[in-house]
Design a protein around this ligand. Structure first.
Ligand code: COA
Length: 334
C-alpha cells in the first residue's frame, strides 16, 4: 500500500471467454461411471461440461478469451504491458503465458504464469492491481484458463463429474478512480492434501550412488466433504473481510460472483451472507468447475447479456487447491 501512487487506480474495462465446443452431459457421463443425471444435478447443479479435444492447446484457448477482452476494452494487442495467465494445466511446465503472448501478437508485453488453482483469477486480479497501483504498467490482460479434463481420473465418479474446460479473460487498466475497492487473500498449506494434482517421482539411478526421480503428474484426488466444509466456512469470511476493507456492506453488493464449483456451495455462501439468489451469478450447469477460468467465464457471459452494468459492485471469491482462497470487491467498468 505504501508504494501506491496517488491517483493510480484500476478499472476492469473488457472481458472475453472461450470454451471447447464438444460437451459431455450427465446422461453421457453415466455411461462412463456409475452415476446419474439426478445425483450430479442435485449434489452439484452441474448438467454438462465442455471438453477440449487432444489437438486443443491451452495457449490457443487462453488467447481466444484474451482477444475478446482486448477488443471490448478498445485496445490492440501491442498496447498490452503484461499478460498474466492463471492456470494449473499449462501446455508447458516452463510456462504457457509466452505462447499466449505470441498468439496474440502482444509484442511489448511481459508474460508469465501464475498458479493458484481455482483461486488463480482472484489472486491474479490482485497481483495485476499491484503493478498498476505502483505505476509500473497501464494495460494488463489477466486470463484464467484450464483444461482439467486432461488431469481428471475418468474412472473416479467422486471427481470426474465436477470438472470441465474453458478460459476467461479481463483487461485491467490504469484509471483515475480505483475500482478495486478491497480484497483479502489466504492460504493454508496444512490442508494441502485435500485436493491435489501431484507429481509422482519414479526413482531412477543415474550412477550407482546417485538417484533422481523422473515421473509424471497423477490425476486429481480430492476429499469432497472436507473441501465443501472449507469453502462453505472460509469463503464468507474473506468476503466479509474484503467488504470491510472496501467500507461496504452486503446491501451495497449488486452481484456475488463465486468460483463456479458447486451450486450447493454458491447457495450456502449466499445464504450465510444474506445475499438473495437473484444476485448470485451461476453458469456452472453448462460448464462444471473450470478452475481458474470459472469466474471470468461467468463474468463475460453476464456482461455480454447486459446483466452486469457499468458501475455495478461485484464481490468475487475464488477457492480451492493449496488450499487457497480469496475475495475481491470491484466495480465493473471505468
Ligand atoms: N454419482 C453417484 N454417487 C456418487 C457419486 C456420483 N458421481 N459420487 C459419490 N457418490 C456416492 C458416494 O460413493 C457415497 O456413497 P456411499 O454413501 O454409498 O458411500 C454417496 O454418493 C455420498 O458421497 P459424499 O462424498 O458424501 O457426497 P457429498 O454429498 O459430499 O457430495 C461432492 C460429493 C463432491 C459433490 C461434494 O462433497 C462437493 O461438492 N465437495 C466440494 C468439491 C469441490 O467443489 N471441489 C473443487 C473445489 S475448487
Amino acid at each position: 500500500m505504501a508504494l501506491k501512487q496517488p491517483g493510480v487506480g484500476i478499472a476492469i474495462t473488457g472481458c472475453g471467454s472461450a470454451a471447447p465446443t464438444a460437451f459431455l452431459d450427465n446422461q453421457q457421463l453415466s455411461q462412463i461411471v456409475d452415476t446419474s443425471d439426478e445425483w450430479i444435478a442435485t449434489r452439484t447443479g452441474i448438467r454438462q461440461r465442455r471438453l477440449a479435444p487432444p489437438t486443443q492447446s491451452l495457449a490457443t484457448l487462453a488467447a481466444q478469451a484474451a482477444q475478446g477482452a482486448i477488443a471490448m476494452a478498445g485496445l490492440s494487442p501491442t498496447d498490452i504491458d503484461l499478460i498474466l495467465l492463471a492456470t494449473s494445466t499449462p501446455d508447458d511446465l516452463f510456462g504457457t503465458a509466452c505462447r499466449v503472448q505470441a498468439e496474440l501478437g502482444a509484442a511489448r508485453a511481459v508474460a508469465f504464469d501464475l498458479t493458484a488453482a481455482c483461486s488463480g483469477f482472484v489472486f491474479g486480479l490482485v497481483t495485476a492491481a499491484q503493478f498498476i497501483h505502483t505505476g509500473v504498467y497501464q494495460n494488463i490482460v489477466l486470463i484464467g484458463a484450464d483444461i482439467l479434463s486432461r488431469w481428471v481420473d475418468w474412472s473416479d465418479r467422486r471427481t470426474c463429474v465436477l470438472f470441465g474446460d474453458g478460459a476467461g479473460a479481463v483487461v485491467i487498466q490504469a484509471n483515475g478512480r480505483d475500482r478495486l475497492l478491497g480484497f483479502e487473500l489466504r492460504s493454508d498449506g496444512t490442508q494441502n492434501h485435500y485436493l491435489n494434482l501431484n507429481y509422482q517421482p519414479d526413482p531412477k539411478h543415474l550412477t550407482d550412488d546417485l538417484e533422481i526421480g523422473q515421473g509424471t503428474f497423477q490425476p486429481i484426488t480430492m476429499n469432497g466433504q472436507e473441501v465443501y466444509r472449507f469453502a462453505a466456512r472460509r469463503v464468507p469470511e474473506v468476503i466479509e473481510k474484503a467488504l470491510f476493507r472496501a467500507n461496504l456492506s452486503i446491501e451495497d453488493v449488486d452481484w456475488l460472483l463465486l468460483h463456479q464449483a458447486n451450486q450447493r456451495i454458491l447457495d450456502a455462501v449466499a445464504d450465510r451472507l444474506n445475499i438473495p439468489p437473484e444476485k448470485v451469478i451461476s453458469n456452472l450447469a453448462k460448464y462444471g468447475n473450470t478452475s481458474a477460468a470459472s469466474i471470468p467465464l461467468a463474468l463475460d457471459e453476464e456482461v455480454r447479456q447486459g446483466k452486469v452494468q457499468v458501475g455495478d459492485t461485484i464481490v468475487t471469491s475464488g477457492f480451492g487447491a493449496g488450499l487457497t482462497w480469496g475475495a475481491a470487491v470491484f466495480q465493473w467498468g471505468r
